[in-house]
Write a protein that binds this ligand. Structure first.
Ligand code: SF4
Length: 365
């Protein structure tokens, strides 16, 4: 194909051949991937794909190993109490994923004999499996013909076709183009799993967001953005709305002997079902002293610790002040429980609450 031509006229099978040859030499060895000659394990594929939603490979790896070590098979994960799964997920973020993971494991064991369905359509009916994850499992675990379009693949496709429409609005268009590039027909023996992983790896290691490494790219001759000298400026993205800042108070209540009060958050909503140090509402206007005191877990001589704990969620920044107090020996935990200070690190607190605990520990005896 001549330099500068659009990929509209590229044969999907010729492009796939170049991509797969590159993948054979440069594909990443990741712990959830089958080694050459091994059949893929749907449980590992599913677990990794759920963990990788919105999360980097580097962050996922220790959690993937920890989950597999603790629950080596789907049946063991399904039999685990939800609280244990949430605690094991603590620190990975987007906690609805952990709840869905557990619900999905149970559904598979109850309704599917402990086996994953093989088609995108059936996979989509399971908790927590959206279009991307269902396509990834269908292709990688079962070799089904499926367009697997994650953020990396979106970027590569947008550049290949030099799409001017900004993301995320152009997602559908990108998906249609990715489907058009899928070679073959169902049941033709094409390695759809490797093909999907090749796209992901190309986006993650060569077609990088800021500085695409076009001279190393197996699709360079097919790439319109490269031909136009626009690789670095594409894909365009709509400016994100500025994140608001919410504020609140966290209560660090310590019992004689050093145990700290923690409680579980409601199942629904942000950090649903996760452990937390009790806190007030988080609002942009913050809380007055009287409002905060009304939400404290106990009457006590509360004192504000110096400094602020900052954390950023997807949709807002959070600033927390920490109030500390000593509980008397008869203090009730209410719906919470007491955790020894030296065990807080293993208690399953989400990242924001780990920050609060570090902050409080550094400022109290
Ligand atoms: Fe990305 Fe460059 Fe390859 Fe085009 S040639 S797909 S911009 S790395």
């Amino acid at each position: 194909m001549a330099r500068g031509a659009t990929p509209d006229c590229v044969s999907p099978s010729a492009l796939a051949e170049r991509l797969l040859a590159w993948y054979g030499r440069n594909g990443r060895a990741l712990p959830w991937r089958a080694r050459p000659g091994e059949p893929p394990d749907p449980y590992r594929v599913w677990l990794s794909e759920v963990m990788l939603q919105q999360t980097t490979v580097a962050a996922v790896q220790p959690y993937f190993h920890a989950f597999l070590g603790r629950w080596p098979r789907l049946q063991e994960l399904a039999a685990a109490p939800l609280d244990e799964v949430l605690n094991a997920w603590a620190g990975l973020g987007y906690y609805a994923r952990a709840r869905n993971l557990h619900a999905c494991a149970r559904r598979l064991c109850q309704d599917h004999g402990g086996r994953f369905p093989e088609t995108e359509k059936e996979l989509r009916k399971l908790p927590g499996l959206g279009p991307y994850t269902a396509a990834a499992i269908a292709a990688i675990a079962f070799g089904r013909r499926a367009a697997v379009v994650d953020g990396n693949v979106e970027r590569v496709v947008a550049r290949l076709f030099a799409l001017d429409d900004p993301l995320p609005g152009a997602k559908r268009q990108v998906r249609r183009l990715a489907e058009r590039l899928l070679p073959g027909a169902p049941a033709d023996g094409f390695p759809y799993g490797e093909y999907a992983q090749a796209w992901m790896d190309l986006g993650a290691t060569v077609c990088l967001p800021r500085r695409p490494r076009c001279p190393l790219c197996p699709l360079a001759q097919d790439c319109r953005a490269r031909a136009l000298g626009r690789a670095e400026e594409l894909p365009r993205r709509l400016a994100k709305a500025a994140r608001p800042t919410r504020r609140g108070v966290v209560f660090w209540l310590v019992r004689p002997g050093g145990a700290v009060l923690v409680r579980r958050r409601p199942d629904r909503g942000l950090l649903g079902g996760m452990l937390e140090l009790p806190s007030s509402e988080w609002r942009e206007a913050g809380c007055s002293k009287a409002e905060a005191l009304a939400q404290a877990p106990a009457e006590a001589a509360w004192r504000e610790l110096p400094g602020v704990v900052r954390h950023t969620f997807t949709h807002f920044h959070l600033e927390l002040t920490v109030w500390a107090a000593e509980a008397n020996g008869a203090a009730h935990a209410g719906s919470g429980c007491w955790v020894r200070r030296d065990e807080l690190g293993r208690a399953g607190l989400p990242t924001v609450m780990r920050k609060v605990a570090r902050h409080a520990l550094a400022r109290t005896a």
